[in-house]
Ligand binder design. Structure first.
Ligand code: ATP
Length: 231
């Protein structure tokens, strides 16, 4: 089946002085996929996210969102959780989302929707400070889902969580994918990508080692060695 491409990278390169952080990287993110960008520290994941969010300029290459040249309006179609949002500890979950929705200039109408998706609806009136680590991260994802983005961008979404929180976030990401939200997530954890993602691009020192369906890419023993040895 032909899938619409949510994101396409074509020979994207980025240099910081003498450091070649990305070397002619090309891959496609199909609609409806949970797409892992997998690589050890320093492999270029953050640089890649910075480029596709238009925070960094590539030295060469191009990328397209939804088949379109990058432009400011596309930003509304992309939800991001690249750094932890500032939530008020003594305000409830719903109050925090109302504040952020107002800051983003987005309506309140889908606050109920995002709290239900992240299974926080029952706790919507509880103070943020009473939340577990996993619940705090689920609220951050709820916040990123405000405005019904077509794609959600996550940077190491389980970093710093306890085992219960890690399990909650992995399940939430899988569910988002099953419900049709495309997710792009950077991770340095091979087992996380295996458990959560449908597709993967493996980066090693700025080179794209492989990209495609998780089953196919990680079934390739050589590839698994490359990633396992470096993750
Ligand atoms: P991490 O998970 O540690 O952030 P990463 O896979 O996201 O790693 P990048 O942060 O993109 O990798 O870094 C890729 C390479 O570029 C590394 O060698 C890093 O030291 C270098 N680098 C990143 N940002 C800069 C910068 N602003 N100036 C100089 N070098 C940089």
């Amino acid at each position: 089946m032909e899938h619409k491409q949510i994101l396409s990278l074509h020979k994207v390169s980025k240099r910081y002085g003498p450091i070649q952080a990305l070397k002619s990287v090309s891959f496609n993110v199909p609609e409806g996929s949970v797409f892992g960008v997998l690589g050890p520290n320093g492999s270029g994941k953050t640089t890649l996210l910075g480029i596709i969010m238009d925070v960094l300029k590539p030295n060469a290459g191009t990328y397209k969102w939804f088949g379109l040249e990058p432009h400011a309006d596309l930003r509304k179609r992309i939800g991001t959780l690249l750094e932890t949002p500032n939530f008020y500890h003594y305000y409830s979950a719903v109050r925090n989302l109302q504040i952020n929705a107002a800051i983003k200039g987005r309506g309140h109408d889908d606050i109920e929707r995002v709290l239900k998706i992240t299974e926080l609806w029952e706790r919507k009136d509880s103070k943020f400070s009473t939340f577990s680590l996993g619940m705090k991260q689920r609220l951050a994802i709820a916040n990123a889902l405000l405005g019904r983005p077509e794609v959600l961008l996550l940077d190491e979404p389980t970093n710093g969580l306890d085992p219960a929180g890690i399990a909650e976030i992995r399940e939430l990401i899988r569910n988002l994918g099953q419900e049709g939200t495309t997710v792009i997530m950077a991770s340095h954890l091979l087992d996380e990508v295996e458990k959560v993602c449908t597709h993967v691009a493996i980066l090693k020192k700025g080179d794209l080692v492989a990209a495609g369906h998780v089953d196919e890419v990680l079934a390739n023993e050589d590839m698994l060695e490359v990633s396992a040895a470096n993750l």
